[in-house]
Design a protein around this ligand. Structure first.
Ligand SMILES: [Zn+2]
Length: 210
């Protein structure tokens, strides 16, 4: 089963993909337009982690301090984040089109899973223990761990709704299609859906006028 999303906190990212890993891929909304890339610094990665409830608040505060002290390491962590994000985009974009999963993207996801999963533990002595990530404050890449796991869960899920990519001409938004007829085409009617409708209307009007 896909990992359920934690309740979103206030923050700069739009979390409408329906799954943590899709929301992460959507931190770049319109590839390749660089100005729509929401992950341009290590602090942006931490902002995404805070907004989606990834990691303990104290761990994220420690990472913030550490990121400021260790600029080169924070840049490397941001690079790893962008690599994972583009791998997830490639994988789920292919999935949305029923295409073969790109092997390089799958290798990238597996490499990040190998780093993440040794930190996954079961905690709690009551009848309902929980998955918990350990040592998050010690690794600048720890916000990526639950994202990689969510992606693996979603890719291997047989029950999850289908993944779609927005039909908008300048939009690479991924989302789970929970619509009744599994026929959703747009990230949102308010943005791409209405733009496409307006475009069709314009072209029809011109065709009829000529
Ligand atoms: Zn869109």
């Amino acid at each position: 089963m896909p990992t359920p999303l934690p309740p979103p906190g206030p923050g700069p990212f739009e979390l409408s993909g329906g799954d943590l890993c899709l929301d992460f891929a959507n931190t770049w909304g319109d590839r390749p337009r660089a100005e729509t890339d929401g992950l341009r610094s290590y602090d942006h990665l931490l902002a995404f982690a805070r907004q989606t409830g990834l990691g303990e608040a104290s761990d994220l505060a420690a990472l913030e301090q550490r990121g400021r002290r260790e600029g080169a390491a924070a840049a490397a962590a941001l690079h790893a984040a962008c690599e994972l994000r583009e791998a997830l985009y490639a994988l789920f974009s292919a999935r949305a089109r029923d295409r073969i999963l790109p092997p390089g993207a799958l290798a990238c996801l597996n490499a990040q899973l190998r780093e993440a999963l040794p930190h996954l533990t079961v905690q709690g002595s009551g009848p309902a223990p929980e998955w918990q990530w350990r040592d998050g404050a010690q690794f600048l890449t720890s916000p990526l761990w639950p994202i990689a796991r969510a992606a693996a869960d979603l890719l291997t899920s047989r029950e999850a709704p289908p993944v779609r990519e927005c039909d908008g001409a300048q939009c690479t938004w991924l989302f789970l299609d929970r619509s009744r007829g599994r026929s959703r085409r747009w990230c949102s009617m308010a943005s791409c859906g209405n733009r496409a409708k307006a475009r069709r209307h314009y072209h029809r009007g011109r065709a009829e006028g000529s």
